[in-house]
Write a protein of this length. Structure first.
Length: 472
């Protein structure tokens, strides 16, 4: 029974025995090598047997445990290797992505460097060139291969200015290059000289170490030439402006002089007539002679003006008070205005408690601008009905600039005239020279201001100009 009916797999796990009442072994089935027995279970054959019993014994199956442990270990190891393969795959992917990003970044930077018109030059702490960009090569005419690795004196240094260049170079190496950049003359491979504007900045590597200096180099030859030209132009312009305004002024002053001179002449004739008539009582002579004296003084003032203007014909920029200049011009033009029946209305819209606006200017030139605008305004009101002949001059200050406004109630300015208003020699007047506004604008712009005009809502036109105010 044991041999035939107990299945093999059972026999692999347990030992089955049949024993009699005295514990004598009658039969057994087991495929286990005898080892230390584990738990056992006993079943009695009742009632037929004489104390026969079936004993099932389980064994501590060490080899099997070992196998299981091994299998588990293999399983865990293979799990581990799969997961590390997975991690590796992820790592490789990330690396590829990083490389791709690096390549993109690199080509972007390369394109950027190549498109730069600013020259870039890197030097190590000894001053040896470690990098130059195409713009720098283009500027100096040497190739990157010829430049990289060279030490001072550089190929592009100007031999006759070596001392100065060395001095600046040493300052850069000490880290004392001016932050706002410095100018230096370099030479090109073909011997040509050019002005370079250089900014130096420390070169720091990824570990934060200072490894050298990076310079950006700008070729400012053209710019300097343009600046020189514009300065010369400006000077010439100011000079011509003065000559022309001098001419204009001389003619007005001559005109102005006529008035007091003819008054003097008529007072003198009056007095002479009385003397001739034997009617010259001393107290009656006082009044005409006093008036004569006043007119003579006025003539003297006018001549002094011409003298002043000629003497001051060198442009002289100094702080001046705008309200003072305006008052001067108005005082000077008052007799002319009276003759034309024009009322001059002066407004100084200054903030209370604030100092009067001061500008850095050539006092005489600014006077000429105002004079020109006032004269144009008065000339424009020839056809205006008398009561409306008002000339309003105002001075305003704010936002760091002073605005002077000359408003008339005259003929106004047609679109056609407006198009040519500031052109030299453009005039609609028979005796006009047509230089007034052209000069005014040049003078104002030479003082960093603006001049323009607007139609006057009340009829006529308004000419305005601004001048940057000095800090108060
Ligand atoms: N306030 C004004 N109102 C009307 N027209 C003006 C005024 N100012 C200037 N103009 C016009 O602009 C022209 C040019 O002025 P300007 O350059 O001073 O030369 P000019 O006074 O010698 O004619 C004048 O002839 C005139 O037609
Ligand atoms: Mg004029």
């Amino acid at each position: 029974m044991l041999a035939h009916h107990v299945p093999w797999w059972f026999a692999q796990a347990y030992r089955l025995e049949i024993q009699d009442g005295n514990g004598v072994l009658l039969a057994a089935k087991s495929q286990l090598s005898p080892a230390e027995p584990g738990a056992s279970y006993t079943l009695r054959f009742e009632p037929p047997g004489h104390g026969l019993e079936l004993v099932a014994i389980s064994y501590h199956n060490d080899p099997k445990l070992l196998r299981n442990v091994l299998a588990a270990a293999i399983f865990i190891l293979s799990l581990l290797s799969v997961s590390s393969l997975w991690a590796l795959r992820r790592h490789v992917r990330r690396r590829l992505a990083a490389e791709q990003a690096l390549r993109t970044e690199h080509s972007f930077r390369k394109a950027m460097e190549d498109s730069l018109t600013v020259g870039m030059r890197a030097r190590d702490l000894e001053g040896r060139i470690s990098y130059v960009n195409p713009a720098f090569c283009h500027m100096v005419g040497w190739t990157a291969d010829e430049l990289v690795g060279t030490v001072p004196p550089m190929l592009y240094w100007v031999p006759e200015d070596l001392e100065h260049t060395y001095e600046l170079h040493r300052a850069v190496m000490r880290g004392e290059a001016p932050a706002e950049g410095f100018e230096l003359v370099f030479r090109r491979k073909n011997g040509e000289r050019f002005s370079a504007l250089i900014y130096e900045a420390p070169l720091i590597d990824s570990e934060g170490r200072h490894t050298g200096w990076m310079a950006s180099v700008l070729d400012i030859t053209e710019r300097k030439r343009a600046e020189d030209l514009s300065r010369q132009h400006q000077e010439k312009l100011q000079h011509t402006a003065r000559l022309i305004t001098m001419g204009e002024m001389a003619s007005t002053l001559a005109h102005e002089l006529n008035q007091p001179l003819s008054a003097i002449a008529s007072y003198a004739t009056g007095c002479l007539n009385r003397i001739a008539a034997g009617d010259a009582r001393a107290e009656e002579m006082v009044s005409p002679l006093t008036k004569l004296g006043a007119q003579a003084q006025r003539a003297g003032q006018i001549i002094r003006r011409i003298h002043d203007f000629v003497r001051k014909s060198e442009p002289l920029v100094r702080p001046c008070l705008l309200d003072e200049i305006i008052e001067g011009v108005v005082g000077f033009q008052e007799p002319e205005a009276r003759k034309r029946g024009i009322r001059i209305d002066l407004t100084f819209a200054l903030e209370p408690g604030m100092a009067r606006p001061r500008v850095e200017a050539d006092h005489v030139l600014i006077e000429q601008v105002i004079l020109n605008l006032v004269r144009n305004a008065m000339e424009a009101m020839g056809q205006t009905p008398r009561p409306q002949r008002v000339l309003s001059i105002s001075l305003q200050s704010g936002d760091g600039q002073a605005t002077i406004r000359v408003a008339d109630r005259g003929s106004g300015i047609s679109a056609e005239v407006a198009a040519n208003l500031f052109s030299p020699f453009f005039t609609t007047k028979e005796t006009g020279m047509g230089m007034g506004l052209n000069i005014c604008r040049s003078i104002v712009e030479a003082h960093r201001g603006h001049l323009w005009f607007e139609p006057n809502p009340a009829g006529g036109s308004i000419f305005l100009f601004t001048l940057p105010e000095m800090a108060r």
